[in-house]
Design a protein around this ligand. Sequence first.
Ligand SMILES: *Cc1c(COP(=O)(O)O)cnc(C)c1O
Length: 452
Amino acid sequence: MQFISTRGQVPPVSFSTAVAQGLAPDAGLYLPEQLPDLSPYLKEWEQLSYAELCEAFFAIFATDIDRDALRGIVQRSYTKFDHEEIAPIVKLSDELFVLELFHGPTLAFKDFALQLLGNLYEAQIARTGNPISVLGATSGDTGAAAIHGLLGKQGVTTFILYPDGRISPLQERQMTCTGADNVFPLAIKGSFDDAQAAMKTVFEDREFAAEVGLSAVNSINLARILAQCVYYLSAFFRLPADVREQVTFVVPTGNFGNVLAGWLVQRMGVPIKGFRVATNQNDILHRLFQTGVYKLDAVAPSLAPSMDIQVASNFERFLYYSENCDSAKVREIIRTFKESGEYSFDDFKSDGFSSSRTDDAEIAEIIKRVYAQYDYIADPHTACGFAGEFDGPEIVLSTAHPAKFPDTIVDAIGEDSTHPSLEALKSREIVKHAVEPTPEAIKAFMRQHIVR
Ligand SMILES: *Cc1c(COP(=O)(O)O)cnc(C)c1O
């Protein structure tokens, strides 16, 4: 199978090239040239374990990777999860379920994709002999999940920029207490935006990028989206057969990467009823689904920090399909939005999505209510999924373990939530590197520390 860019200005590429490049050279996002129809496989797939399902699904897309190699890559990717079902479902009532996506090494759903991406990179390096350097900027979960996906991988050196003193202490420990010698957490003076701006400038230096084999791990990488498709399939199979086609998937949303994966599974012929996009107070997507206007606003830091975003990068993939695969139209919409911070759709098709918005006061209320009603502790991101009017059976995707956000949980329910892997970190040594948030300083640090 070949992969095309949403902006339509580069030729189709193989799976491995799409994964290695991340962003397409025309600044578009990669998508499968054609979405496969999964309906003929569903009966057979229902019996598979999580890793087997993942292998069967990826085999359709990763046609340039040998099947035995693919099996190894996938098998290795789900060995560090602390639940044998990988993505278990908890039943809160006959009509309310939770899909727990926090059993990976950093206790957030991003592990599903980044564990796999680390192994895909490793296999690619083994094949080509070209080492790579990963550079990312993080305000929390992505950096931790990337570091744990890439630590110890042969030929990969990872550099993650984060704003010193502005991420949660536990998230900092997840990044800085690994003991791995191919991973460098770079604490910069400044904000997340400063970190991201510096990172972008480094990527624009083509010569440097080629010299160090620079690669990105943000959620624009298609492999991350495809890895996330698998838990929607797995959840669909594990829901009670008599309700599964009536269940709405409720997804705490920031960059639109998680919910987009589910929506693609639906488009591939799996009879999922629909999706609710659950935002926090940074509600650009909720406003879009309610009004048809995509309009930029300032980011207001919230209790659900991993959903504090302005521009949902993966929205462009949805746009491509909702504009009937018209790349010229996608380019025009993106250009207008970039120039004016706003785009109004004439007849916006919400296409299987509903939406809800939850502010910080409601997040605390919901954590309290869900605990009282179901004896279940929801993390602040997951809490956004429990908002809104009840409209038939729902499965809420739980994107992080509550123990990652102890202060919010204690404030809401008066009790602590803990996790052994986080407790273990507290006695470990923090190793971080102070670097100026300038492209020159970052490049100099990288040149000095790349592991060959
Ligand atoms: C990243 C993240 C989200 C948002 O996911 P998107 O794919 O960006 O929509 C939600 N919750 C948690 C805990 C996250 O880490």
